[in-house]
Design a protein around this ligand. Structure first.
Ligand SMILES: [Zn+2]
Length: 150
């Protein structure tokens, strides 16, 4: 069964990708509640992105960070436009090129690149630190609900 992915405009390049039309890649909101649900749907199909020559083109077309995309795009699983899981060979060079900002060359500049899910510019590279994974935040929330065993 193949579904149509009509929600994404201008996807002619990735129309040739092996994932094209698979509803497990652009996942309908009705199919999941938490990020873990989403990963459970997407993780089994993420391997399809392995070695896919369209990964950079896919990210360029879907613009997942800006569109708060949920699903698989370019070898990564996105939750509200944030990468929560990636193939081991997912390479930063597949992300959009960095926008140069006044804050470049500082930790804030590096964070700005990270928030935009773009490459780090050379001046920000030394300041790069991975951001928090929203899935970890879900874990923390669940832990807070556990009874306090003193
Ligand atoms: Zn920079």
């Amino acid at each position: 069964m193949t579904g149509s992915r009509s929600a994404l405009p201008g996807t002619h390049v990735t129309g040739h990708a092996p994932c094209w039309g698979d509803p497990d890649f652009a996942v309908a909101d009705s199919r999941w509640k938490t990020g873990k649900d989403l990963v459970a749907i997407c993780e089994p199909v993420l391997y399809v992105c392995g070695g896919c020559p369209f990964r950079a083109a896919c990210i360029k077309q879907v613009v997942p960070a800006k569109n708060e995309f949920d699903g698989v795009c370019g070898g990564r699983i996105w939750l509200n436009g944030v990468i929560v899981h990636a193939l081991p060979d997912a390479d930063p060079s597949e992300l959009p090129p960095p926008v140069i900002r006044k804050s470049c060359g500082t930790a804030a500049g590096s964070r700005a690149h990270r928030r935009a899910v773009e490459q780090q510019c050379p001046r920000c590279e030394p300041f790069y630190q991975p951001g928090p994974n929203p899935l970890d935040a879900e874990d923390d929330a669940q832990q807070l609900e556990l009874p306090n065993v003193a």
